[in-house]
Design a protein around this ligand. Structure first.
Ligand SMILES: C[S@@+](CC[C@H](N)C(=O)[O-])C[C@H]1O[C@@H](n2cnc3c(N)ncnc32)[C@H](O)[C@@H]1O
Length: 173
């Protein structure tokens, strides 16, 4: 897996990007998941967003070949202030981004706006304390509902050193 953490390798599996999809990763950090997604995207593209210029510089370095090929782009911005067109992404993924786990979680509204019809949102976290994943799906369902996003599935992964949780969401009918 070339240095990808177990959490990020599992997140790529859970996100399951399909060939040709337009993907947004919120909080891309060093860009490891961007690389894993780009590997799976014949004909698609992935935009990594992070508010930290240090992180986006690292993500650009790591993915320079895919950036040159047009498969990966990177933007430095806070999600709420990012210049993102409406309904532009088939898949949004965020790994270990605290803003989605705390009230009022207004960033769900941005995700809702940029998701294309039929699009999905995959949220992954790797809680520090044992048992902290319990009740997370219920909490996320409550935080996301005001933005018309509904939980579609919950998975737990064996991702040493600690388990991870992935919550899938889609636009509610
Ligand atoms: C804990 S790190 C996780 C990085 C990577 N996803 C991982 O799992 O290794 C969270 C990252 O999200 C970024 N971030 C947090 N909130 C953000 C927001 N509202 N908009 C853009 N980036 C954000 C931070 O700058 C940081 O790089």
């Amino acid at each position: 897996m070339g240095g990808a953490s177990a959490r990020l390798a599992w997140a790529a599996e859970m996100a399951a990007p399909q060939p040709g999809e337009r993907v947004l990763e919120v909080g891309c950090g060093h860009g490891v998941l961007l690389s894993l997604i780009a590997e799976r995207l014949a004909g698609g593209s992935v935009l990594g967003l992070d508010r930290s210029p240090t992180m986006t510089a690292a993500a650009l370095r790591r993915n320079r070949e895919d950036v040159a090929a047009g498969r990966v782009a990177v933007q430095t911005a806070e999600l709420a202030a990012a210049d993102l067109p409406a309904e532009a992404f088939d898949l949004v993924v965020a790994v270990h981004v605290g803003a989605f786990w705390r009230s009022p979680a207004e960033d769900f509204g941005v995700v809702r706006r940029v998701l294309a019809p039929g699009g999905r949102f995959v949220l992954v976290d790797q809680p520090l304390t044992p048992g902290a994943a319990d009740g997370r799906a219920t909490r996320i369902a409550a935080l996301a509902a005001p933005y018309r996003l509904a939980v579609t599935g919950v998975h737990t992964g064996d991702t040493p050193p600690r388990p991870s949780i992935a919550i899938g969401l889609c636009v509610a009918r």
